[in-house]
Design a protein around this ligand. Structure first.
Ligand SMILES: Nc1nc2c(ncn2[C@@H]2O[C@H](COP(=O)(O)OP(=O)(O)OP(=O)(O)O)[C@@H](O)[C@H]2O)c(=O)[nH]1
Ligand SMILES: [Mg+2]
Length: 361
């Protein structure tokens, strides 16, 4: 899972990136406005994995992973000719975008538009993303007209015409500043567009940095009625400082500041929801591990996520719900109490299922 962090200059992107990744990238009160990318892989905290590790005492413990990219350099007016080059590449190669928005007052930190106004800043960046997509659609439509006039025949012609018809619908909506994720496109239409990596087709998580003020209800600050989107708040600098402490110190500080859930954990949970993902688990004395799969994936697909051999030679999946396994303390006990089920290839895997695949290749 790849998540790109975007936002206006000096909006506190790098601060939030550090909070999410326990990073130590330098933050500055004056933005250079330059293109720059910082990247880090983070283990997704999962108390279920910790509990299973305590039972199985495996040699290795593996959490699910998320990769964050802090992308500096976006600003108003950049998409006039379409985003291009490195910055377009950095923003488009993500499964979702995380838009960091300044919602804290601090006279020592200049704002590029001179006042703190989250709704305005969100609108500015959204307009840039829409415009970037629109330029790509327009260019592609011009090329399609050419291609259709010149040579296309048969199945290829049909494909290009279908693409043209779809882009002709997408274009006026983008002109009205409607993001692609709001257009209610059918799954096969979304698939047809996937290769373009359109920015407004990506799930959008808005993170409002409220500074030292705790605002649990993000909707009090921003209404964002869009599909595949969510809004949350984070106390940016505080969370960055917390992230940089070791676990014991962190627990102490969290108690002191009344922080019950780290923004990082909330952000990861929301990202999973937006992307339609969840985890199943594997447990044994060699490894306890979390695996990320789409909600609705079957036992066969889960087996394939582990290794293609397991999918190819799939016989059955032994499935125990996480809570049952922890209550029983071992697979043997779970089996005795009828909590271990044998499921076939079409079984729809549930979040937290602990699975052992029986296979034969
Ligand atoms: N008061 C206050 N200042 C903060 C907070 N979070 C970030 N800042 C400050 O805001 C300034 C900008 O933060 P950065 O994280 O560097 O912002 P950025 O978006 O990465 O900036 P560029 O990459 O240069 O565009 C720095 O001086 C931070 O210390 C916060 O929660 N409260
Ligand atoms: Mg930065």
């Amino acid at each position: 899972m790849l998540i790109g962090i975007v936002g206006l200059p000096n909006s506190s992107k790098t601060t939030v990136f550090n909070a999410l990744t326990r990073g130590h990238v330098e933050t500055e009160a004056f933005s250079s406005g330059q293109f720059a990318v910082h990247q880090a892989v983070v283990e997704v905290p999962d108390p279920r994995i910790d509990a299973l590790a305590a039972i199985f005492k495996p040699k290795k413990v593996t959490y699910a992973r998320v990769e964050y990219k802090d992308i500096g350099g976006l600003d108003k007016g950049m998409s006039a000719g379409g985003l291009s080059g490195e910055i377009l590449g950095a923003v488009s190669q993500n499964d979702a975008l995380l838009h960091v928005v300044r919602a804290f007052e601090d006279e020592n930190v200049p704002h590029p538009y001179d006042s703190v106004d989250p709704a305005r800043d969100v609108a500015i960046l959204d307009a840039e993303l829409v415009l970037s997509d629109l330029v790509i659609v327009e260019r592609r439509l011009e090329r399609l007209v050419d291609q259709l006039r010149k040579s296309a025949k048969g199945a290829e012609r049909d494909r290009w015409q279908a693409e043209q018809a779809l882009l002709e619908r997408v274009k006026p909506a983008l002109e009205d500043e409607v993001p692609i994720r709001d257009m209610g496109l059918a799954p096969d239409e979304r698939k047809l567009l996937r290769g373009y990596q359109f920015l407004t087709a990506k799930p959008m998580l808005i993170v409002l940095n409220t500074g030292d003020v705790d605002v649990p209800d993000a909707s009090a600050l921003l209404a964002y009625p869009h599909a595949e989107s969510a809004v949350t708040t984070i106390r940016g600098r505080l969370e960055m400082e917390l992230a940089q402490l070791d676990a014991a110190e962190r627990a102490e500080f969290m108690a002191e500041y009344g922080v019950t859930e780290l923004g990082m954990d909330r952000v990861i949970r929301l990202s999973y929801q937006l992307l339609g993902l969840h985890s199943f688990l594997t447990a044994g004395d060699t490894e306890v591990r979390a695996w990320t799969i789409p909600v609705g994936a079957t036992a066969l697909e889960a087996a394939g996520a582990i290794h293609s051999d397991l999918a190819r030679g799939f016989i059955r999946a032994e499935v125990t719900a996480y809570a049952d396994l922890v209550a029983c303390g071992s697979f043997a006990e779970a089996k005795k109490l009828g909590k271990l089920r044998l499921e076939g290839r079409d079984y729809v895997v549930q979040d937290g299922d602990v699975i052992t695949v029986r296979f034969n290749v």
